[in-house]
Design a protein around this ligand. Structure first.
Ligand SMILES: [Zn+2]
Length: 415
């Protein structure tokens, strides 16, 4: 892929890209086929951290500053909090250590509600998620225009990676989070949520990071944990995916195989909570901590004609719940069906959906008004990019910035 190498070229291209995004009022996100509308605004300054926040800090765990070398990933629990009738939680404060280069904020609540971030700010006044964005839209599903670091609301358990764009840089110090909860009608709800943050420390790109993966067999195509070892199609798909991830120096491992609930053979995504898909992901409960990859007969998206196979795969989130198995969003589902006359795209779909799960958005969404990611080195409407919205055998490339995002995932294990 051709990359802009001069800084000013990158910046001007970035500005052009962003201004186009501001003009675009519609976006189609991933294979969920959800149409989202998003109003746009300029980022606003954060509230200063007041005395109450300082007091709250005493209840918040911080990173150890002494002792053995810190782990690559450290989970900080910020406790249980209530959202009120406005859907918003109080400000929750955490202290970001200097050696942390990425964070994943996660929000766990009742499965019937959706969760997003009303704000994420740091005391220097910089808003990673501007406080005003929810006031200017009736669609809290995604913050695309006002949020340079794009976030997508998720049901039951939401996770948000920072940074997922070079436009955002983490700095140490006090940060404030405010969570927003809403129902299917997009009305705010009062509920209880648990909030946490995973601190991720960067690893030299020369260091191979391991990605544990559970292959979960539903009985589709007769594959199971035993005979799948001899399935050439599966091995070729894993090899293909591994070759692409090697560009990021990420290696699958360990790869384990399990048989799961055969009810998950036919997967429909119409109903997010009680759907086959949610049940399928829940059937991964009790498996070792790893990305659960489920092999299914077909994946039918909302609005598709009966029997149609419109989705090659689906990921439980962008990113998916970090270090969770058995949750309604914990996993990646792949279809083993090959439409007549079409090539087998199992390998590219595997690595595409896993990359969503680790935190990558599509490089470009479909249509003349389709949004583009906020990475500076992904060409627009480039079908050769792995994260292009429509997959083909040519979807092979990861840009430098995409690799940076992938390597921030808490799922990855350092040696
Ligand atoms: Zn996708």
């Amino acid at each position: 892929m051709k990359r802009a190498t001069h800084t000013t070229v990158q910046i001007s291209r970035l500005q052009a890209k962003l201004s186009r995004q501001v003009k675009h009022l519609s976006i189609r996100l991933g294979l969920w086929l959800i149409v989202l509308l998003c109003a746009c605004s300029a980022p606003s300054a954060s509230d200063p951290i007041d005395q109450a926040d300082q007091q709250a800090l005493s209840d918040v765990a911080g990173a150890d500053s002494q002792g053995p070398a810190p782990l690559r990933v450290q989970r900080i629990k910020l406790g249980e909090h209530s959202t009120d009738a406005t859907g918003k939680s109080p400000k929750v404060v955490f202290d970001l250590p200097a050696d942390v280069t990425a964070i994943v904020v996660h929000v766990d609540g009742p499965d019937e509600f959706h969760y997003t971030l009303a704000a994420l700010t740091r005391d220097a006044g910089f808003a990673m998620i501007p406080q005003a964005w929810l006031d200017q839209t009736s669609l809290p599903d995604a913050c695309v225009g006002p949020c340079q670091n794009r976030i997508v609301a998720q049901r039951g358990y939401a996770a948000f990676l920072f940074p997922n764009t070079p436009l955002i840089e983490l700095r140490p110090g006090l940060h404030q989070i405010r969570v927003y909860a809403f129902d299917d009608a997009r009305k705010p709800v009062a509920t209880q949520v648990e909030i946490g943050v995973d601190f991720v420390r960067s690893t030299e790109v020369s260091t191979t990071l391991k990605l544990p993966m559970n292959l979960c067999f539903t009985g589709a195509k007769g594959w199971n944990a035993v005979n799948s070892v001899d399935q050439q199609r599966l091995q070729q798909a894993i090899d293909f995916a591994q070759t692409i991830l090697s560009a990021a120096n990420i290696e699958f491992g360990p790869i384990r195989r399990f048989d799961v609930d055969p009810q998950g053979q036919y997967i429909a995504t119409q109903k997010p909570v009680d759907s086959d898909l949610a049940k399928l992901f829940e059937s991964g409960a009790g498996l070792p901590k790893a990305i659960n990859v489920f092999f299914t007969d077909r994946i039918i998206a909302a609005g598709a004609p009966p029997g149609a196979n419109v989705a090659l795969g689906v990921a439980g989130g962008i990113p998916g719940p970090p270090n969770e198995v058995g949750h309604i969003r914990a996993g990646v589902a792949l279809s083993l069906h090959i439409p007549q006359g079409q090539p087998d795209l199992l390998g590219v779909t595997l690595v595409h959906e896993v990359s969503h799960y680790l935190g990558l958005f599509h490089s470009s969404e479909p249509g003349p008004n389709g949004a583009h990611d906020t990475l500076v080195d992904t060409a627009e409407d480039d079908p050769k990019n792995l994260m292009y919205w429509s997959l083909s055998e040519q979807s092979l490339q990861l840009s430098h910035e995409q690799i940076q995002v992938l390597r921030r995932s808490p799922w990855l294990v350092a040696p």
